[in-house]
Design a protein around this ligand. Structure first.
Ligand code: FES
Length: 169
């Protein structure tokens, strides 16, 4: 074999033998797979997976009681402040007493049905008012004054001991 032929075959053989390894080494996805994960990476991946599986767990809300009721405060706080305000499943809730029958509680969605501003409870007037366009609502969410045409959404309430619970369904 001539020297030139030998060098050609040797060069071609080298190329065939090492080309797949070179391509694999230069592939970006392959490099990531070979990088060992740090403890922080593993923790982040685990947290992400848990968050994706249970998105509600990351929220700081009152834990659900049986039957979907959630505690929103105590009767003492209701009486001291004139209303209880809480957020359940990202829904702002305001609980008030019936003006003529204080044993009866009403839980309303504080989102104004007109343009979704958050209504405020006026303890002296015993009604909700919307700061955006002036709609007014009764203690039970009924429209007293427009421009809102729809009442506030209301929810079931109950009292267990001193706790006030609301079920947002
Ligand atoms: Fe409440 Fe318009 S958003 S009155």
């Amino acid at each position: 074999m001539k020297r030139r032929s030998f060098l050609s075959y040797f060069g071609l053989g080298w190329l065939v033998a090492f080309l797949p390894s070179l391509i694999a080494a230069c592939t970006p996805g392959n490099q990531q797979n070979q990088t060992p994960a740090t403890n922080g990476d593993r923790a982040n991946n685990t947290a992400t997976a848990e968050t994706a599986e249970n998105p509600q767990e990351s929220e700081t809300e009152a834990p659900a009681n049986g039957n979907g009721f959630q505690a929103v405060g105590t009767l003492a706080a209701l009486d001291a402040e004139g209303r209880l305000a809480a957020t359940i499943n990202e829904t702002p809730i305001i609980v008030v007493r019936h003006p003529d029958n204080p044993e009866q509680l009403f839980a309303s969605n504080a989102t104004c049905p007109h343009r979704e501003c958050e209504v405020e409870w006026q303890t002296e007037a015993q009604q909700f008012s919307c700061p955006c366009h002036g709609s007014e609502f009764a203690f039970d969410g009924a429209v007293l004054e427009g421009p809102a045409r729809e009442p506030l959404a209301t929810y079931e309430t109950k009292v267990e001991g001193e706790e006030v619970l609301v079920k947002v369904s």
